[in-house]
Design a protein around this ligand. Sequence first.
Ligand code: PMP
Length: 279
Amino acid sequence: MSLTYLYQDRFVSKEELQISPEDRGYYFGDGVYEVFRVYHGRLYEAAAHFERWEKSAAALRIPLPLPSGELTGRLEELIRINGLSEGTVYMQVTRGAAPRSHPFPADTKPILMAYTTEARRPLNTMKEGISAVTMEDIRWLRCDLKTLNLLPNVLAKQHAVDQGAGDVILHRNGTVTECSASNIMIVKDGAVITHPANHLILHGITRAVVLRLAQGLGLSVRETPFTLKELRAADEVFITGTTVEVTPVISVDGVPVADGRPGEITRRLQNEFEKTISF
Ligand code: PMP
C-alpha cells in the first residue's frame, strides 16, 4: 500500500503531490522542517517540536499555513492513515513557489508537506556505542533555526561515512558545538556537560529531555562550552537526538573514550529516557 502524504491541509498520494520547480525550498533551501519520533503510534514531545517549528518559521518570516493545534491533529490523522506504530514524521514548510529571485516574493503561498517513515529504534548502536570523528563546524550563525539548508550537515555526515565513523563531532576553533544531526554531551567527574542552547546549536528536544532527566537523577548539569581537549579527556561521551535517542560515543578520532565502553551515567540516562517513551 502506498503512503499517504499531508500536502497543505489535504491527504494525498505521492503521485498527487506536485511540487513546483519554482519552489523556494528547491532553489534556496528557503524553509523549515521538523522530525518527530512516533512511539506506539503517538507523537513524542509534540508540543516542544511545534514550539521550535513556530520559532524557526517566525525567524524566517514564513507564515504557517496551519496553526500548530490543527496541524497536530493532521499529523495524528496521517499516522493513523499510514498505520504507523514506530517511526518518524517528517514535516516541512517552504516560503512557496515563485520565479527565482532572492527577496521574498510579494504574494506567494507557503507550501507544507509531511509524511511518515517506519523506523525501529537504534537498539544496537544504543547498546554498543558509536565511533565519531571531529571536524570544523562551518555552518552559519543561526544553527538554532531548523532550516532546510543542511549542506554543511550533509558534508559532515559524509565525512563520517568516508572515515567509517558513526558520526561527526563539530567544533568551532576547538570548542565543541554538536554533531551532524544530534547534540553532544560529555560526563566529567559525575557532571553532565553540554554546549549552551544559543545560536550555535540546534536546541534539541531530546537534549532538553535528557538534561531534565539528569537533573532528576541529582546529577550536576553544566550548559557550558567545552573544548576538544576536554572531549578527549571525558569519562563518558554520548549524543542525543530524535532518532538516536541517547547513544554512547566510544571513540573519538580513533582513540577510545575512557575504557572504550559505554559509561555508567550514559546507561542510567538511557534507562530514564526509556521510561519517558513507555507510555
Ligand atoms: N542538532 C542537529 C544539527 C540536528 O539536526 C538534530 C536533529 N534534529 C539535533 C541536534 C537533535 O535534535 P532533536 O533532539 O530535537 O532531534
